[in-house]
Structures are given as C-alpha cells and as structure tokens.
Design a protein around this ligand. Sequence first.
Ligand code: SF4
Length: 760
Amino acid sequence: TSANPVPEKDCRTITPPYTKLTDNLAKVKRILDGRPLTLAEKILYSHITNPEETIPVRGETYLKLSPDRVAMQDASAQMAVLQFMLSGMKTTAVPSSIHCDHLIEAFAGADKDVDTAITNNKEIFDFLESAAKKYGIAFWRPGSGIIHQIVLENYAAPGKLMLGTDSHTPNAGGLGMLAIGVGGADAVDAMANIPWELKAPNVIGVKMTGKLNPWTSPKDVILKLAGDLTVRGGTGHIIEYFGEGTQTLSCTGMATICNMGAEVGATTSVFPYTDKMRGYLGATGRRAVAEAADAHKDFLRADEGSHYDKVIELNLSEIEPHINGPFTPDLSTPLSKFKDLVKEKGWKDELSAGLIGSCTNSSYEDMSRSASIARQAAAAGISTKSNFLVTPGSEQIRATIERDGQVKEFENAGAQVLANACGPCIGQWKRTDIDKSKPEENAILTSFNRNFRSRNDGNPKTMNFLAAPEIVTAMTFSGKLSFNPMTDSLQDKNGQEFRFEPPHGDDLPGQGFDAGRATYEPPSPTPTSDESVEIKVDPKSNRLQVLDPFDAWNGDEMKNLKVLVKVQGKCTTDHISAAGPWLKYKGHLQNIAENTLIGALNADNDKVNVVTDFTTGKEGSIPEVAKSYKSQNQPWMVIADHNYGEGSAREHAALQVRYLGCPLIVARSFARIHETNLKKQGVLPLTFANENDWEKLSGGDVVETIGVKGIAPGKAVTLVVKKQGGEQFEIEAKHTMSTDQIEWFQKGSALNLIKEKVNQ
Ligand code: SF4
C-alpha cells in the first residue's frame, strides 16, 4: 500500500460544466442546421463565448472562445504573470496553475539538482510563488514534476478546453480534453476574461483498428504517424482519433500520442472518452469527473456521420516499433530496418546514452514496461553499456515506481534517476561524458518528443533519435545503435545467447498511486486571492521587471513617426525577439528588448541588424537606435514585408517594439497571431492597400497618419510620407481592427481596458 495514497480530489473546478457546454453546443448546432460534428468541433464550439452570434466554418471563421483552465510553465509564466498584474484583477478568471519544471538542470541527481535550481533561480520561483498566492493560482514547486504530466494527473477532464503556455499542452488530449499550446499573451486573455481567438481548425480523423503487439507501444503509433504526416502535415488541423482501436489504448498512452501531435504541427489532438480514461480518473482521485463524463458520453465522442477533412486509417496490429531521427521527429524508420540505415549512413555503431521519461513517456505503464526489460537483463547478468538516465514526469510517478520497485531495478542496471523535471529534454543537461570544447559525433536515444539539433546537450553533433522507452532501455544493454531487441541476442553471464522477451507492464499500479512528497501549494477549489501577499521583484534584478502600463492613445493623429527599419523578406518572431541566450530575460522587458529585431534584414543596406540613426547619421544596431529614439521622445515605426511575425505566439515580439516606442507597423501582410498580439499591446498594425507601395518607403522617412482619429472597422487610414529629400506623397493603408480591438488601441493595451473595467 502507499505511504501517501492519492486522496479523492475536490473536483468542483475540475469537472466540466457539461450542462452549460451541451446547451451552448445545441445553440451552435441550430445555426449549423443540425450538421453532425466531430468531437474536436463539439468541444470547441461548446466553448464559444457568444454561441448565438457565430457561424463556425472550419478553416475560415475566427472563433471567440472561453477556455476553462490555464496552465503555465516557469519559463513562459514569467511574462504572462507580469502582464496579468497589469489587468488589475484580484484573481484569475479561470482556474490556473504554474509549474516549476524547465529551470532545473540535470547533473548530480534528483534532490541535489532541485536544490541547485532553487538556489540559482530563487528570485524567479519566489516571484511566481508569491504571484500564485496573490491571484489564486495553483503553484507546483520545483521537484513536483513536468507541467503536462501534472495536468494529466490532476486537472485534465474530458470535454474541457485548456490553454497552456507550452507547445506540448495537447498531452491532455489523452484524457479527452482539448488542450492547446499558446503564448503567454493568450494565457493572459483567458485569465483576464478576454475571449480567446482561434481560426476554426480543420480536422484530420485517424481511424484506429486492431490492437498493438507486445513489442509496440503508443509511442510507435505517433512515431509512425509523424513519418507519414511530416512536421507540417498537421498545421491548421486538430488530429482526432476514433474507431475501436482507441478502446485498446491506455489513457497515458493516448496522452503520449496527443503530446507528439505537436511534432506534426497540429493545433492539438484528442481522443474520445473511453473506459481507460474512466479508470485513470478513478486512480488519480477524480471519480466525480468520471461519473459526470459517464453521464455525457454522447457529448464526448464524434457524432455519427461527422465529416473529417482527411481520414487516415491505422491498423494498430500492423504497427512495429519505430526509431525517428536524427534532428527531426518525422524521419521515421521501422525498427526492423534501422540496422540497415545505420550501415547505409555509416554512423558509428555506438549508443552513448539512453534517456527515458519526460512529459511524453513517463507513465506507470512506460516505467513498468521499461523496468521489465531491466529485470530480464539483471536476471541474465547483463549490465548497461550506455549511460542510462530516467526522468520521472511527476513526484506521483516517482514515488509510485519507487514503492513498486522499478526505481531499484533501474538503479541496479546503472541508471541515474533525475529530478521530476524537463532536464535533458530542454538542454538542461550538464553532460560530463562528452568534451563540450571538442564536440564529437555521438548517438543518443530518448523517449522524448523533440529532437532538433543541439536540443538535448547543446552539441550540434549529437545525433538524437526518438523511440519508445522500452526500446531505449533494451538498447542501452547492447550499447549498439544497430541492435534490434526483438530479434537480436546478447550474451548472458554464462556466455549463453540471451534474447529479451517482449516488455510488459500495467497501465495503472495495482496498489494505487502514491502521491509522494508534498511539493505544491494546494490550490483552493476556486481561484481565491490573498491581497496581503506582496509580489517579490527586486528592482535591481536583471531577470525580472515589473511592467508599467503602456500610455493610452493621445486621441490625435500619429505625427513625426520615423521609419527605423524597412524589413525585407522573412521576419519571424525569432527575428523580432530571438530565443537562445535571451531566454533568461523573459521576465525582464527592458533587458530582453536589447534583442529587438536583431534578426531583421534591412532592405536599404542589405544588412542584418544595421540601420542608420537619422538623428546622428551614424549606423547602429536596431535596438541601439530604437533606444536612442526613445530617449529623445522620437516615435518610430517599422515597414515590413510579407507575413511579418510568423512563427509563434511569442508576445515579447509585440511587447518589445511597443516598449521601445513604436506605435505603428505597416506591412505587406501580417501573421495573424502576431498581428493580434500587436493590437493587444496597443500597436496599430496596418497593411498597404497596394502592396507595391512597400517599395516607396525607406528608413528615415517621416510618416503622419490621417484617419487614426475616428478609426473604425473597415475604414482605411492614409499615410502621408515625407522623404529625406523633401518629396511628399500619400499612400493608403488598411487595418483589421474590430470595435473591441480599437478600444484596446485607444486605451493603450487590452490589459489597460480590462483594468478600467475592473475598476469601474
Ligand atoms: Fe517540453 Fe520536454 Fe519539458 Fe515536455 S519534458 S514540457 S517537451 S521541455
């Protein structure tokens, strides 16, 4: 029995409001003349803020949605919380949680690594914890586990809609939830009660038949599918699984499949409600949720006759284990052919490390199947030949597998059990077996989800392959990349041939889950504020900075705007606000603004991040000149090319330009999410009515608007452009601001507007 059994939870904020959702859906269905809907549509449309006013058309209309919950990880939560503080709200509008998982480096073992992270990131954790207390957000301390595993164990519920500030948020689709990865600004929308916008996604249906073979696991399903769909195949789509095969998979296995839907670019992935979900809810203290879901089974599956934009048929019985990579998750090779690939590519036939666990694959089933492999090897007297690292996804998993003996079996095999955190999955791996100053080619095999170059250990020459945890475990006992545990043998302690039996393990622990150590602030059933809490931010900190609200629009036309840079070609959110070493400043707007547009190509001189300061005539970097203009109260603007701001929902890309004094960006076209983010921060995004007018502008031009006064939906704005030589002309520009968005602009930002409403 458990030392600390998982108790029944207070499910008041976890159980979906099924009656309200089904009522909303009925309203939308009336508008759609009763058309049968996919499960993804049913969950999304039941969360439309004003169901009577929307006609959802997949791939065309924008939906305004009211999510039920928000989850944030420690890196992205910083700016989300700093922005939420500007809203003036006393609590978050929906239950929310913060998870300390990304800032923990794997090095000396679980406890020591957590202690080191707490010391090194004290101000960040203290800040997040105090904000959580103040605003009624659940706070999961370092060591509690990885955001997606904790959400699955505690908060996920069939039919709910959740936003998470992390791309693998869709993991909760394994429990029938529509969980979508977003940027911090979107999370702030939900927390501040601003309807969250999403273009109605198309839906790919994956029809599952059959049952997995003993050597195959749910991971192999998504590894195969990633190969078929490629990294772009799911873009603009939700992947929805259906068919009798879904009933054969464990809840956590379905979560693994949904988690890695992010690797094919899908908006999210979802499974219909199954008996395995019911069992998992019961085992994790949420019987009340299971009972409510049982009473709404019809809502929790696709309608008979619903239409998918594309259907993929998957016979689970025919899938074999796969190994994907290196460097991209869609390079998919069946295990039986991998040996030939190793030979053909001339890769060194050596596996330097095997890593199992992470948010993707650290379920009880994953751990017990992997431990069954380690047990067989131990009985045969075979030890691991590669480094072997295990990352439990949560304290609950760690405590349960410790109690049930799997931890011992891993450690006996020479494994190091790391902290319940992201660690090597996100480059937080102080790797000592490789000389970092002389990066050498080597191969690692992980059960993680992403394998971009350098992601795990910062070494661009580390070939990172993905596989199921039981395959990774078996291969560490051979130490060879070419080893096929299904067919090849090793030598046992007596020199005899040894071959692994297929792995086996339970999806749920027979003795129930052990909750482990208390590692989080128990949230109140509903978000409850504690106004007495002071949010701790050291004014001298270089990692955190309290935000000042942006100034409201002055009610006049924009005058004397200097074009800082005319951007040519691709300019993604990475070009506008770079990642890498800048990540440590995510909570400090002034410091991260030092990277503003450093990746942008200046059309006037063909140089990246070099512009002329037209107040001095000297060249400088974009942030330098922007700061100089700001210090002189010289407003500036950007002229941009096509699809400006594509790539991600990173709100820093909008916050930074606004912070440095840019109220206007005129582009040939915008990526929609970035365009909305600019609007939220009070920056006016305009597009050229005639795209060729982009040619007419250059750095140093001075622009004045006609039509910002009295701006209205659909009404054009004129730009009066004065060139350096004195020439003057007018060009026409368009905007896509709705009445609400115009109010954001007028108040200076969406959060200023919220604050005004809160204070009324
Ligand atoms: Fe992201 Fe990896 Fe952490 Fe999962 S374990 S949340 S994929 S960094």
